[in-house]
Design a protein around this ligand. Structure first.
Ligand SMILES: [Zn+2]
Ligand SMILES: [Zn+2]
Length: 120
């Protein structure tokens, strides 16, 4: 998401906020952009990946498709909901795509989590 009042002609890194924790984009915090400016940072992606892909949690309400903040589709796969901002949801497909993209990006220094532990 964009910080309120961001000049669309000159978007600064600090104007780009993670939809899941509302942190701004910094050099040591990799970001992945979804549709219409939706973003998830590496820290939230790690949390989401652990919850959905490793611990097999699902924050979706059963039987109701969940609108994913990142791809804007109504998804029926497992979804991660931001604990701080419950209106922000990311589907399994977007988590997998973002994880692949960040892991491939040498500058991000982000690695795919391999354990469910929340401390790293
Ligand atoms: Zn975040
Ligand atoms: Zn999605």
């Amino acid at each position: 998401m964009r910080r309120e009042g961001t000049n669309p002609q000159s978007v600064e890194m600090s104007d780009v906020l993670c939809d899941f924790c509302h942190s701004s984009w910094t050099l040591d915090r990799p970001f992945i952009e979804g549709h219409q400016g939706a973003c998830i940072c590496g820290v939230c992606l790690t949390t989401a990946y652990r919850a959905i892909c490793l611990a097999h949690c699902d924050d979706a309400i059963s039987g109701v498709p969940t609108r994913c903040t990142m791809c804007l589709e109504d998804r029926s796969d497992a979804c991660f909901r931001s604990p701080a901002f419950p209106e922000s949801v990311i589907c399994t497909r977007c988590i997998a795509m973002a994880a692949k993209a960040l892991a491939r990006d040498a500058d991000s220094a982000w690695t795919v989590p391999t354990s469910e532990a929340t401390t790293s």
